[in-house]
Ligand binder design. Structure first.
Ligand SMILES: *Cc1c(COP(=O)(O)O)cnc(C)c1O
Length: 394
């Protein structure tokens, strides 16, 4: 136990500063209660209905995932024990990758430990010195961190602003250009204008990396995501990233694209090379989730009904209209957002305040995340609990 006192006072003060600013972050223990609705018990014994999960289809509690995981465990091994290139993968991983590739109509899919790792690996492996990277202003932290780690100078274009992106693309450069964006934005729930982005990428010979973390399972026929939603084919983008931790209700991630690219990622993506493969039973559960997700039209329809009910109830509020299960109620200041979250909690609902730096300063909010496991009654309860919640947003 020897932490130099100079260091210690440094971070203690930094935590104190955040606490005073209403920016302290803490993880709490929430135990799932039986049933398909996303209910949890906190450490004080209170029952909370969650509006914070990205388990959009409610698959995390589906018995088919549980039995697939248990059946795989009968194979005798829990942890995979080594990196895929060292210790190999199991039939569960191979079957999952094949099924994902078939679902998306791509040549190949490569599994990663998580979406965060996938984005770090892709950007560092694909981008070379002299290349230019253009990221949407609201791109996820993992994309920004990947861009930083790539070592090239990168620029951020104004959110979904095609004209701004084009002025950046017009500047002559020796290397290649990459456009990086999300199909559905994680905090605002709005969509990227993909047909126009794909056309721009083609016109300027730029690569297009699309993060589908919040789109797969939610948008398009069979939950195939943004390309299906916009009526585009797989070749409209260079590659797509998906996580298995959100609408799949499982854990892990994947990258989908041309075989030659996947081959290269296997050589050069360090977060692939140096990560331990997912446990086989996690892959098995994800495979079961894919079947449910593909057949999930009724779940997606129900999700749309819940969203419409919420939107109708929130009319006239400082509210971000979105066609996805991500619904933002902007409250402005951090304290206003914390207070709103506390009011919901007192009413038995869990929807933590999202504050900077996750969202821009002055845009602290409740990020209401809907799930097909909610029922209409839950939305009415939420609307009642939100009575009188108002921020200092402009
Ligand atoms: C959640 C998320 C990730 C990270 O995925 P994990 O599997 O949770 O690591 C990447 N990109 C976006 C847009 C996300 O929302």
């Amino acid at each position: 136990m020897s932490i130099p006192s100079t260091l210690q006072t440094g971070w203690e003060e930094a935590v104190a500063v955040r606490t005073r600013a209403g920016l302290l972050r803490q993880t709490e223990v929430l135990q799932p209660l039986p049933g398909s609705r996303p209910c949890y018990r906190d450490t004080a014994g209170m029952t909370l209905l969650s509006f914070a999960s990205n388990d959009y289809l409610g698959l995390a509690r589906h018995p088919a995932l549980r039995s697939a995981a248990i059946e795989s465990l009968e194979g005798g091994e829990y942890g995979a024990g080594a990196a895929p290139l060292l210790g190999g993968v199991r039939t569960e991983h191979a079957a999952l990758a094949l099924a994902l590739a078939e679902w998306l109509g791509v040549e190949e899919v490569l599994l990663f430990g998580s979406g965060y790792l996938a984005n770090l690996g892709i950007l560092t492996a694909l981008v070379e010195a002299g290349d230019q990277l253009f990221l949407d202003r609201l791109a996820h932290a993992s994309l920004i961190d990947g861009a930083r780690l790539s070592g090239v100078r990168f620029q951020r274009f104004r959110h979904n602003d095609l004209a701004h992106l084009e002025t950046l693309l017009q500047k002559p450069t020796a290397g290649r250009a990459w456009i990086v964006t999300e199909g559905v934005f994680s905090m605002d729930g709005d969509l990227a204008p993909l047909p126009e982005l794909a056309a721009l990428a083609e016109r300027y010979g730029a690569g297009l990396l699309l993060d589908e973390a919040h789109a797969f399972g939610v948008l398009g026929e069979q939950g195939r995501g943004s390309l299906a939603h916009w009526g585009l084919t797989a070749d409209a983008v260079t590659l797509r990233v998906g996580t298995l931790g959100k609408a799949f209700g499982s854990y892990g991630a994947f990258v989908a694209g041309p075989r030659s690219l996947m081959r290269w990622l296997q050589q050069a993506a360090r977060s692939y090379l140096f990560h331990t493969a997912l446990p086989a039973n996690v892959a098995a559960a994800s495979r079961a989730a894919l079947d449910l997700l593909r057949q999930g039209e009724a779940l997606r329809k129900h999700l749309g009904d819940l969203r419409d009910t919420l939107q109708t109830g929130l009319q006239g509020r400082s509210y971000l209209p979105s066609s996805t299960p991500i619904q933002g109620l902007i409250l402005g200041g951090n304290d206003a957002a914390l207070q709103a979250a506390a009011q919901l909690r007192a009413a038995g609902m869990y929807c933590p305040a999202v504050r900077p730096p996750t969202v821009p300063a002055g845009q602290a909010r409740l990020r209401i995340s809907l799930s097909a496991a909610h029922d209409l009654h839950d939305i009415e309860g939420l609307l009642a609990a939100l009575q009188g919640v108002d921020g200092n947003a402009r």
